[in-house]
Design a protein around this ligand. Structure first.
Ligand SMILES: Cc1cc2nc3c(=O)[nH]c(=O)nc-3n(C[C@H](O)[C@H](O)[C@H](O)COP(=O)(O)O)c2cc1C
Ligand code: SF4
Ligand code: SF4
Length: 353
């Protein structure tokens, strides 16, 4: 009996939490008297139910506080799924940290790219991705367009950025809106830059970015586990510009612009130098299957996501943008293994129970 009442109690709490997310505004609540007569049988059962609920509540509190099988709040939430895309491992590291905290299923976006429709099972669905040219990668946007039933889910997004998030998450919110969903939370996480000008970022700066993320992880996951609707993070590019991190990248960005204007974008196509040893890592790590080894040298096709994984993970630092010195420090996230990156096309990583 106590167990049954406890279950009803939990169910009512969960229902309320679900309602409090988005539906609360649109639902008309009945007056209290109506609620009572709806939820509880009429007297004399009412008194018994209240008493047993109280006992169940005390028992529940005791188990969760002192019991050997006490559970953390995040483990109580409905199923969570996180879809990610990553070139140098920053977004994968962030997605993995969150998946562990939220006991979520972690799925690479590229592993589902061939599917026509994508049906997330979880009630809570998140997207973690880098930003390229102040926008989410277009393949992540395409992915959202294929998703079904996102109108009734709690959706969150995390972008990792090397310069500034600008309006990229707000842009992503609009993409989601155009598919009938609503982005309830958007977090921007600063990480080491993986593109042109990354050489300007010092190792000390990289270290402090990792530490900042570690400090934020708990708070971000708490917001998600409470299914909070919070402000989508963004920044103002004009004021961002005066941050020292961006100022230090300006010379290489100007050099890059000059190259594009004088020689065209074709002059910045990927090439490999004589240092290439034919190991084939660039072929295997490319999430788009866009690199093919021909006579022990990489050849690039035109289905590139611009993630710079081939360039950054090359063990010989043999890949460049047409031989142009773009001041790129060959970088990848220190806690992400090359095999994890190579698995993006195939694997769904289950971290949940
Ligand atoms: C081609 C390219 C373009 C990028 N454009 C931006 C940008 O516009 N703004 C920014 O803040 N970071 C930019 N970045 C940096 C990445 O967003 C950042 O390093 C991110 O954390 C990389 O994540 P990943 O390791 O998961 O790929 C760019 C990186 C690349 C390779
Ligand atoms: S990863 Fe580098 S060294 Fe290996 S095949 Fe590609 S270009 Fe050559
Ligand atoms: S070719 Fe290189 S930059 Fe383009 S998608 Fe493949 S790994 Fe990424």
């Amino acid at each position: 009996m106590i167990l049954a009442v406890s279950m009803i109690h939990d169910f009512a709490a969960v229902s309320h939490r679900r309602l409090s997310r988005r539906d609360r505004d649109s639902v008309t609540f009945l007056p209290d008297a109506d609620c009572d007569s709806f939820l509880l049988p009429r007297i004399p059962l009412q008194g018994i139910v209240i008493l047993t609920s109280f006992v169940a509540g005390v028992q529940w509190a005791y188990i969760h506080r002192f019991g050997p099988w006490r559970v953390r709040k995040v483990e109580n939430m409905g199923k969570v799924e996180i879809y990610y895309f990553s070139g140098t491992g920053n977004s994968l590291a962030v997605a993995r940290d969150m998946a562990e905290k939220l006991t979520a299923k972690l799925t690479p976006v590229v592993s589902l790219m061939d599917q026509e429709r994508i049906n997330a099972e979880a009630d809570v669905v998140g997207f973690v991705f880098p930003i390229y040219d102040f926008k989410p990668p277009s393949l992540v946007e395409d992915f959202v367009h294929k998703m079904e039933g996102i109108d009734c889910k709690y959706l969150f997004a995390v972008c990792t950025y090397g310069i500034a998030p600008a309006q990229s998450l707000k842009h992503f919110a609009k993409v989601i809106e155009s598919c009938g969903g609503q982005l309830s939370a958007g977090f921007a996480v600063g990480m080491p830059h993986s593109g042109i000008g990354s050489g300007a970022v010092t190792e000390a700066q990289q270290e402090s970015m990792f530490e900042s993320w570690e400090d934020r992880l708990e708070e971000v996951c708490d917001s998600i586990s409470s299914e909070e609707a919070i402000k989508i993070e963004s920044s103002n590019l004009l004021s961002d510009f005066f941050q020292s991190r961006i100022i230090s990248m300006v010379p290489s960005l100007l050099k890059f612009l000059k190259q594009v204007l004088l020689k065209g974008t074709g002059s910045l196509a990927f090439t490999s130098s004589e240092d290439c040893n034919g190991c084939g890592i660039c072929e295997r790590i490319c999430p788009m299957d866009n690199v093919e080894m021909v006579d022990d040298r990489p050849v690039w096709s035109d289905n590139c996501a611009g993630c710079f994984a081939c360039l950054n993970w090359c063990p010989k630092e043999a890949i460049s943008l047409g031989g142009f010195d773009a001041n790129i420090r060959h970088y990848h996230h220190p806690d992400v293994k090359i095999l994890e990156m190579m698995g993006q096309r195939e694997r769904a990583i289950a971290t949940g129970p």
